[in-house]
Design a protein around this ligand. Sequence first.
Ligand code: MLT
Length: 266
Amino acid sequence: MLLSVNGVRLAYSDSGTGSPTLLLVHGFPLNRSMWDPQLGALRQHARVVAPDLRGFGASEAGPPGPLTMDQHADDLAGLLDALGLHEPVVYCGLSMGGYVGFAFWRRHRARVRALVLADTRATPDTPEGRQVRLEMAKAAERLGSPQPAIHGMLPRMFSPSLRAGSVPEHLVLGMMRGSSPRAVADGQRGLADRPDGVPLLETIDVPVLVVVGEHDAITPPAESRLMLERLPNARLVVLDQVGHMANLEDPAAFNAAVLEFLAQLG
Ligand code: MLT
């Protein structure tokens, strides 16, 4: 389905019934199909809305320039408005989806009933990390291909024990190959520009579930523990034997953690 929001057409799925609505926000450079292993289980208990952020998946990109976390957050608020969803939602973001979650909290906190922060971090990039992003952006533009993202990121997205060519790897590779060079370039520039989310943590007074794969090499468990120390109302679930794409590597454990959290919200 497509809806016009803030001048771009955003693709999204909307299934299930029940309250509160669960908003699933994907990572970089991926799209909403990363949530396919969640939809069947979660929509039995909640209405589940999963958008493609602007520039990714089947959503339009809008004007050229960095795809900022603030813009994505405003798009999500606009999408909820367009769907007539005015009740606060349970916001669930993985990795970049979590970074967007901090912007969503900063700009639209009245719309947040609770947060799931999966395989993400509040800290900004180091100067070196920022440089890597800007170089990947240039390389994607120069080659006219998402290949630099595949080369730089895919090997770090899963636990070391996952065999090459496994279903999760195949899914992520497909999403990355389907990303436009512009999504990689403008996406990385937007990620590099994101502000430090650490000072925000103590203001997040809604319930938060922090989930992380034990072997997450991109947003390691230490980042989740740092968030837990500062969040006033959070619990941490570390998923054994999985990496950054915890929801794909162990969907059953990921879904169980989210469903238990939803049940506790009442
Ligand atoms: C993601 O999975 O969204 C990205 O790896 C996040 C990042 O590059 O920091």
